[in-house]
Design a protein around this ligand. Structure first.
Ligand SMILES: NC(=O)c1ccc[n+]([C@@H]2O[C@H](COP(=O)([O-])OP(=O)(O)OC[C@H]3O[C@@H](n4cnc5c(N)ncnc54)[C@H](O)[C@@H]3O)[C@@H](O)[C@H]2O)c1
Length: 255
């Protein structure tokens, strides 16, 4: 078990990749502090973790609100005595996002509040706990759209994920010397509710994107979480400031 004795805070625990991460980390021996704005969904994930024999608590939290994040870190640390991993997975991708010349200001504000400020707040309150524990790992979920242009624009989302990459590099340099590593994962299109509920619900839209993926399928949450487990573990003890693309080859595909 690669995460035995590690206490791991995972945001966006109620759905998609966050839910799969809670279960996978627990199977590797981690204790889970699951956070989500959706209490029913997050509780359900932690119930599943415990049903499988894992250990974990759920804390309701909107990562864009500092009071919530501060309480999350305090409750998580109190539950298990220390924090070792921050897994910044919560993110939003609103249907109203679009081209920079069309999207409302409110969309930009909300996307940046959750996808960028949310990561920063979890780091603000969580990294001091990681240092107190003698070191740890920060895993930030960005996206392949931060690396390539897309003619179907989602500009607020794209810019927010670029900001996550830049922040990750800064964290790596600031806190590496204190034993805290920071890395980012850029998933390609993954079959989760976030993507399937609207962007890919039309078969033609789905086929258009599938054609671009050399591996011939969309990603599964497990494809991303497998790398996150590695980054959280001692196997990655010299991996810091990395940007890891896990996308079935979509960003390498010219034609
Ligand atoms: N699905 C994809 O194709 C894809 C691709 C690249 C990157 N990503 C990124 O991966 C991460 C997870 O995506 P997913 O597809 O599993 O999404 P999802 O929508 O299935 O799950 C996201 C979870 O985050 C929670 N959440 C939303 N806003 C929150 C907030 N303010 N505070 C706390 N929790 C909040 C939601 O309630 C939900 O449970 C996101 O950061 C997303 O941008 C997804």
């Amino acid at each position: 078990m690669r995460l035995q004795g590690r206490n791991c805070l995972i945001t966006g625990a109620g759905s998609g990749m966050g839910r799969v991460a809670c279960l996978a980390f627990a199977r590797e021996g981690a204790r889970i502090i699951g956070a989500d704005v959706d209490a029913a969904a997050g509780e359900q994930t932690l119930t599943s973790v415990r049903k499988e024999g894992g250990e974990g608590v759920f804390v309701q939290c909107d990562v864009s609100r500092e009071a919530d994040v501060s309480r999350l870190v305090a409750e998580g640390t109190k539950a298990f005595g220390a924090l070792h991993v921050l897994y910044n997975n919560a993110g939003i991708f609103p249907e109203k996002d679009g081209s920079v010349v069309g999207a409302d200001e409110a969309v930009w504000d909300r996307v940046f509040a959750v996808n960028v400020k949310g990561v920063a707040l979890v780091c603000k309150h969580g990294i001091p706990e990681l240092m107190r524990a003698g070191g740890g790992s920060v895993i930030n979920i960005a996206s392949f759209v931060a690396l390539v242009g897309c003619s179907v624009a989602q500009d607020a989302y794209t810019a927010s994920k670029g900001a996550v990459l830049a922040l990750t590099k800064s964290l790596a340099v600031q806190f590496g010397p204190k034993g805290v590593r920071a890395n980012a994962i850029c998933p390609g299109p993954i079959e989760t509710p976030l993507l399937m509920q609207w962007l890919l619900r039309e078969p033609a839209e789905k086929a258009k994107r599938l054609n671009r993926i050399p591996m011939g399928r969309f990603g599964r949450p497990e494809d991303i979480v497998a790398l996150a487990v590695h980054l959280a573990s001692d196997d990655a003890s010299w991996t810091n400031g990395g940007v890891f693309v896990v996308d079935g080859g979509i960003t390498s595909n010219y034609f």
